[in-house]
Design a protein around this ligand. Structure first.
Ligand code: NAD
Ligand code: UDP
Length: 346
């Protein structure tokens, strides 16, 4: 029977968890851990798959509709006997037998999540309902990648998990922010009502190789611009802050959360905080000192500050980020140069 989880807050389930597949406890047959990663063809998802596949006891199934992800990100695993890739939209039910579900499917870049906002809400709400239904049917543990956007334009700084947020319910970012807030609600309601084993990660801005070039997120924009020799577009006023976590640290945090005993929500992010002007100056210095920095118009409801309080991740998961921004940016530069066909500067 799966263990009851508690994180010192009142998140205990009213019902015991559903019974997992009998194969998990079979004495005569030691199955691998079967893990579903929704959104596994995307940026964070594909790095998570790489890490999960390192463990020979894991079988990994990726379900992805390839809206922002691509097969290219998973090409080294296609054909591997412990790996399966399914073209699937999570707004439709999925029937697979698995022990764990990492539920990442959802566009993360503002350009993409605002492109079809109704679809973004469906992905967050119906998609999460479908994955919780699957978790309930097969007795799987499920982890949701929620977001720092649930804190909106935060009035508390840094943000800790007990802060309820300051979110505009009718703005252009609401399809994502409110969608993730409902997804979190569904996770905790399934936990309380049906005993599902849940884990909720609140991810702060993450960067690294395989981000979509030109996907509009600030780190990928600045690196692509620096590599191409184009001006770095700081959106005004430029004093807004973000905290950037390198993707290997993020994957480590997500796996620790899944394997640990706490439901969350738990912030996973790097507390190093930078203004967008500071980020542009750092990219210019490290990647291309010849580029200009230019100020451009911002989009509505842009949060003015963001920095995670990671006390909980540190105490409950023994997790803290290792890669500093100045070390992570050059790793991403190599990948961008290769994909943009711009040879290294050395
Ligand atoms: P991404 O856009 O690179 O990956 C998302 C993946 O989900 C893509 O492969 C996409 O094709 C897939 N997808 C989207 N809608 C789907 C649907 N309806 N059905 C099936 N697949 C679908 O984004 P990412 O940066 O890898 O983010 C992964 C997760 O982490 C998302 O849930 C996102 O909200 C969360 N997150 C990311 C960040 C960040 O900075 N990268 C910050 C906070 C939260
Ligand atoms: N931003 C910027 N220039 C860009 C893209 C984004 O200055 O080319 C700013 C944006 O205004 C925001 C921050 O960078 O304040 C982070 O934006 P991003 O879209 O990466 O993620 P968010 O945290 O807003 O979801």
């Amino acid at each position: 029977m799966a263990k009851q989880v508690s994180n010192g807050e009142n998140h205990s389930a009213a019902k015991p968890p559903p019974t997992p597949s009998p194969l998990r406890f079979s004495k005569f047959f030691q199955p691998n851990m079967r893990i579903l990663v929704t959104g596994g063809a995307g940026f964070i998802g594909s790095h998570l798959v790489d890490k999960l596949m390192e463990n020979e006891k894991n079988e990994v199934i990726v379900a992805d509709n390839f809206f922002t992800g691509s097969k290219e990100n998973l090409k080294k695993w296609i054909g591997h006997p412990r790996f399966e890739l399914i073209r699937h939209d999570v707004t439709e039910p999925l029937l697979v037998e698995v022990d764990q579900i990492y539920h990442l499917a959802c566009p993360a870049s503002p350009i993409f999540y605002k492109y079809n906002p109704v679809k973004t809400i469906k992905t967050n709400v119906i998609g999460t309902l479908n994955m919780l239904g699957l978790a309930k049917r097969v007795g799987a543990r499920i982890l949701l990648t929620s977001t720092s956007e649930v804190y909106g334009d935060p009035l508390v700084h840094p943000q800790n998990e007990s802060y309820w947020g300051n979110v505009n319910p009718i703005g252009v970012r609401s399809c994502y922010d409110e969608g993730k807030r409902v997804a979190e609600t569904l996770m905790f309601d399934y936990h309380r009502q049906h005993g599902i084993e849940i884990r909720v990660a609140r991810i702060f801005n993450t960067y690294g190789p395989r981000m979509n070039i030109d996907d509009g997120r600030v780190v990928s924009n600045f690196i692509a611009q620096a590599v191409r020799g184009e001006p770095l577009t700081v959106q005004s006023p430029g004093t807004q802050t973000r905290s950037f976590c390198y993707v290997s640290d993020m994957v480590d945090g997500l796996i620790r959360l899944m394997e640990g005993e706490n439901t969350g929500p738990i912030n996973i992010g790097n507390p190093g905080e930078f203004t967008m002007i500071e980020l542009a100056e750092t990219v210019k210095e490290l990647i291309n000192p010849d580029v200009e920095i230019t100020m451009v118009e911002n989009t509505p409801d842009d949060p003015r500050q963001r920095k995670p309080d990671i006390t909980k991740a540190n105490e409950l998961l023994g997790w803290e980020p290792k890669v500093k921004l100045r070390d992570g940016l050059p790793l991403m530069e190599d990948d961008f140069r290769q994909r943009l066909g711009k040879p290294g500067k050395n």
